[in-house]
Design a protein around this ligand. Structure first.
Ligand SMILES: [Zn+2]
Length: 280
């Protein structure tokens, strides 16, 4: 082989190698960008509510909450893994996992965010809408982002972001949010929840919230109008003071109110009753 040809071959090989390296590093950067565009942390601990003997919801409820939460969680996992996130599930089958174990899983990843997926329930069939809970203040941006997308994308009412001391939110040391993806006791919302396309849509909106969490404004007094880089920090209803009281009196209160004035209960007490059951 002539020397000049050998040199050209060598040069071509070096060039090809350089291009390959360049490609690899661009791909790596892209993957990092998509997963870390919001900055670290990048481990998402997904917590599908209930499971095993804990069906979720209220007694006599037709649609099992535990099945809906697991399905949305699995879809969310697929989406987040595709975007480059590390995902950990607190359960990935129909098993009962105690709340303390769910918290322990979340806390074992110091750079994680924790997303609990639930569906709501109420004795009044008309109760509907999306609500998102947080407890620690540093979880509010994540709650705002997830709520902004889920409530914005769902064909139902916006029940707002709520601060409340649920065990899984109080005990986690990482940003933690619990999203109630609609009422399974509402015939319209239950019908939606039972379609795969709607559960996929819910997962997509939650994933959007996770990915855009760093785009949430840091101050509540900034504009409420979203731009591509700026999601408004959501105002929230503080339910931290009523949580314990309503938990203690909810059974008595609702037994009494069921006898007397079933239809005139305020919406918030329905959510409280349903939510306190989820905790128990
Ligand atoms: Zn639940």
């Amino acid at each position: 082989m002539p020397a000049i040809f050998q040199q050209r071959c060598l040069f071509a090989a070096i060039l090809a190698g350089a291009l390959l390296l360049c490609d690899v590093s661009v791909a790596a950067t892209r993957s990092r960008d998509s997963s870390e565009q919001a900055g670290s942390p990048v481990t998402v601990v997904i917590d599908p509510g209930h499971g095993g003997h804990d069906r979720g919801g209220i007694p006599g409820q037709r649609v099992a909450e535990k099945e809906m939460t697991l399905d949305v969680a699995r879809r969310l996992k697929t989406l987040l893994v595709r975007s480059g996130y590390r995902v950990v599930m607190t359960r990935d089958s129909d098993v009962f996992v105690p709340l303390a174990s769910r918290v322990a899983i979340a806390n074992s990843y110091p750079n994680a965010i924790f997303v609990c997926i639930h569906f709501n329930s109420a004795k009044r069939m008309g109760a509907d809408g999306i609500e998102t809970y947080f407890y620690n203040r540093d979880s509010l941006p994540l709650a705002s982002a997830i709520h902004y997308f889920v409530a914005g994308g769902a064909p139902t009412s916006n029940r707002g972001v709520r601060r409340r001391g649920y065990y899984v939110l109080r005990k986690t040391k990482v940003p933690a949010v619990l999203v109630e993806c609609g009422f399974l006791t509402n015939p319209t919302e239950a019908a939606y929840a039972q379609t795969a396309s709607y559960r996929q849509k819910l997962a997509e909106e939650i994933a959007a919230g996770v990915e855009k969490r760093s785009a949430v404004a840091t101050r509540p007094d900034t504009t409420r109008v979203a731009t591509s880089e700026n999601i408004p920090l959501q105002p929230y209803i503080d339910q931290t003071r009523v949580a314990k009281a309503s938990r203690h009196r909810s059974k008595r209160f609702h037994r009494k109110s069921a006898r007397k004035k079933k239809s005139s209960k305020p919406a918030s007490s329905e959510a409280s009753a349903a939510s306190s059951k989820q905790e128990g």
